[in-house]
Design a protein around this ligand. Structure first.
Ligand SMILES: Cc1ncc(C[n+]2csc(CCOP(=O)(O)OP(=O)(O)O)c2C)c(N)n1
Ligand SMILES: [Mg+2]
Length: 295
């Protein structure tokens, strides 16, 4: 398998994947009548870059022990994650219509019991994913495998104490094979992160905890690819890597952008139609079939 630095990347294709992740997320959430659109839309480029370019993985061998791992710690944004799994060959499009339904494998927070190998750890309780990623990174080192671990968290999630224990542990164990992506949108369920419980100055804190830190625009695919290509290079040796990705809650749908309300509010069918119009069609993809509503 090639590393991210070696692969040619088609930015137009990744943009298309990000757009389809947004379309799928809106249709899944509005179609089923529950879910979290704001963070899913905001992480579309991060997740598109990971599944479309960065992760060394093979949908024909989901249990490949040498695969790179993605740990979704902020499980509430899983509509975007399920869409990426579908659009990169792990799930059939029709299954997206079962999102959050009884007996579906696509629960409102990802469950490893339902999707072994694809969901590296169940999530929902915030703050736990980085500890799991630490364990995966340590295990890969012990097993002599060169897989890389990527963990996505929200900025509000950084208020959890367990995160800071895990940050210390990763630096202590010199986990150079670990990248933490922070979707830094300034908002959380109850409003502004700054008002709920301040995490600033974030870069200084992460550096003080022994991490290499980069800050990027989390919607700039080129910047995401470049920063992640650097993560797996020689400079990575022995130090975990944090990427503070500045994102916009609700990105791509103007009436949702930068409003904490859209953390977990379901758009009405009319709002969903307006959202899809704003996002636009994505060449080369077909929307998954929805039976109960017309979207
Ligand atoms: C341990 C824990 N505490 C509280 C919650 C409730 N909760 C769900 S999402 C959320 C806000 C998370 O903020 P952020 O990570 O910034 O996500 P965003 O709103 O940007 O998607 C909270 C407090 C939870 N899921 N787990
Ligand atoms: Mg947030």
């Amino acid at each position: 398998m090639q590393t991210v630095a070696e692969q040619p990347h088609d930015l137009v294709a990744l943009e298309g994947l990000a757009r389809q992740i947004r379309r799928d997320s809106i249709r899944m959430i509005a179609g089923t009548g529950s879910g979290h659109p704001g963070g899913a839309l905001g992480a579309a480029e991060l997740i598109a870059a990971l599944y479309g370019a960065v992760l060394r993985h093979d949908p024909r061998r989901p249990d490949d022990p040498d695969r790179d791992r993605f740990v979704l710690s902020n499980g509430h944004i899983c509509a975007a994650f399920y869409s990426a799994l579908c659009r990169t060959g792990y799930l059939e499009p029709a299954e997206l219509a079962t999102f959050r339904k009884l007996d579906s494998r696509l629960q409102g927070h990802p469950a490893r019991v339902d999707l072994p190998d694809l969901v590296e750890t169940s999530s929902g309780p915030l703050g736990q994913g980085l500890s799991v990623a630490n364990g995966l990174a340590l295990a890969a080192r012990l097993d002599g495998r060169n897989s890389r671990m990527y963990c996505l968290v929200g900025d509000g999630e950084l208020q959890e104490g367990q995160i800071w224990e895990a940050l210390m542990a990763a630096a202590h164990h010199r986990l150079g094979n670990l990248t933490l992506l922070i979707s830094d949108n300034g908002l959380q369920i109850d409003g502004e992160v700054e008002h709920v419980k301040r995490i600033a100055p974030l870069p200084d804190k992460l550096r003080a905890f022994g991490w290499r830190v980069d800050e990027i625009d989390g919607h700039d695919l080129q910047a995401i690819l470049e920063v992640l290509a650097g993560a797996s290079g020689a400079a990575a040796a022995g130090r975990p890597h944090a990427v503070i990705a500045h994102t916009v809650m609700g990105k791509g749908v103007p009436f949702m952008e930068n409003l904490a309300k859209w953390h977990g509010t379901v758009p009405s069918l009319d709002e969903a139609r307006r959202a899809l119009e704003a996002i636009g069609p994505s060449d080369g993809y077909l929307d998954f079939p929805l039976q109960e509503v017309e979207l």
